[in-house]
Ligand binder design. Structure first.
Ligand code: PGA
Length: 277
């Protein structure tokens, strides 16, 4: 309906990864304290933080009394055993963590993470009752819609195959086109909207309408407080996975507020042509 936003059943979600930028306990703690002060009482938007792995524990004690969830940027494909240098999901659980980022393009490319490994991490995360954030996205910008659909379908299939249908509702899919990560601008809103609708369609084919309508699909790749309003104004975009442009807590907080305003219908909404309606 023009000019109106229907209340969504899916709770909007904004996550932030500090990658390896806030790479000291002092920096991570300062960030988490400020983030908690600014957005920790906000429960209209689900939020999570994935700090640099060595800072998970101190950050866990800061966010634990807020609405901000704790997530790991990576876990080992098994909960225990001979996995030198890896990080166990059990430790994350002990710290009160509830989100696991899986299959980020930096892990797929820099650390040669295979689809098989990604699937094992997905299965383990669901088995432990945590929320996986499955990152998918095509490697290059292309106008070939069919190629893109097949690429995303394959990543979704390999990440989610054989998963217990009931547990799938928990999964957050992060659409992160590789070519839009680490850039000065995000992918264009039309591209993002098209991709999210495509992903929802693929999920419907795989798991049926009911489950697919419950799964959150968020966008990541150079998200900022300037571009997020337009990006989330499409109903299939359920939020954002924020990187560098949220590494200032004030900017992060502005992104959360922008998502809230758009999803609660307090801000002008754009149509598929990018015009304000
Ligand atoms: P960026 O990172 O916003 O810094 O591009 C996003 C991501 O990798 O999730």
């Amino acid at each position: 309906m023009r000019g109106e936003v229907k209340m969504l059943e899916r709770k909007p979600v904004v996550g932030i990864s500090l990658k390896m930028y806030q790479n000291s306990i002092e920096k991570a703690v300062l960030f988490a304290e400020k983030m908690t002060e600014l957005t920790g009482a906000e429960d209209a938007i689900e939020q999570f933080i994935c700090p640099e792995m060595g800072t998970l524990y101190p950050v866990s004690s800061i966010v634990k009394n807020s609405f901000i969830g704790l997530g790991a940027q990576n876990i080992a494909p098994a909960a225990s055993g001979a996995f030198t240098g890896e990080f166990s999901i059990n430790t994350l659980v002990e710290m009160g963590g509830s989100y696991v980022e899986i299959g980020h393009s930096e892990r797929r490319t820099l650390f040669n993470e295979t689809d098989e490994m990604i699937f094992k991490k997905m299965a383990l995360t669901l088995e432990k009752g945590l929320t996986p954030v499955l990152c998918i996205g095509e490697p290059e910008k292309s106008s070939n819609v069919e190629w893109m659909r097949q690429y995303l379908e394959r990543q979704l299939f390999l990440g989610l195959k054989n998963s217990d249908a009931e547990k799938l509702e928990k999964v957050i899919v992060a659409y992160e086109p590789v070519w839009a990560i680490g850039q000065s601008v995000a992918a264009g809103a039309h591209h993002i909207w098209k991709a999210h609708t495509m992903i929802r369609g693929i999920l419907k084919n795989f798991f049926g309408n009911e489950i697919a309508e419950k799964m959150r699909i968020i966008y990541g790749g150079s998200v900022s407080k300037e571009n997020i309003g337009l990006i989330v104004s499409e109903k299939d975009v359920d939020g954002a996975f924020v990187g560098r442009f949220g590494h200032d807590p004030n900017q992060y907080s502005a992104i959360v507020q922008e998502v809230k305003k758009v999803k609660k219908g307090q801000l002008k909404v754009y149509n598929r042509e990018g015009d304000i309606v």
